[in-house]
Design a protein around this ligand. Sequence first.
Ligand SMILES: [Zn+2]
Length: 201
Amino acid sequence: MKIDISCPRCGDGHGVQSVPAAHAEGVSTSYGTNLTTGVGISPSGLMPIVGTTTVERTHTTALARSLSMAPALRPVGRLVALGLVLLVPALFALAVFARALQQPDEVGLLSILFAAALVIGVLTMPSVLIFCIVVGRNRFNSRILRGRRAAHAVWSSALYCHRCGMAFWPFSPAPNIPAHQAFLPEHFRWFVWHAGDYVDA
Ligand SMILES: [Zn+2]
């Protein structure tokens, strides 16, 4: 059986390219250096940190974005590191209270425990908030990763007509997807993301 790959809108096959190829043309990566400034925590107090980091930047054209197979995964590595660094003051406080607990006679055991719970609770709050964000991002990422295989089958079988700016399927890759019907990139992406079950993620 011969598959008709001509565009259903203009009837032409010359401006037609597979969606993965059209998408890849619009994505490029560059490397650069960023100046990083921040505040570090040392035993003597806060101290400024200045340094450089190598960064990888991904450039995506509007077309590539609207032909993307899935939303970008949300990074968690830096947030985890930040959450851990922000726990340092709580660890110092813990050490201070542990020492105080060894001589409880002066202020009383209960007041030390109460103060410890209060101070450590306040100091760990930023980390707790950050770890909540990490959990949310992980949930989002695993939802995307779960659906990518199904979305990929739909996405990779589609064609894109550069003359019309429309995407279409030469054959139906899934039951609810019509063949030989031209869709705007945004509409096309809805079908793909819907197949991956992350259209509303
Ligand atoms: Zn066309």
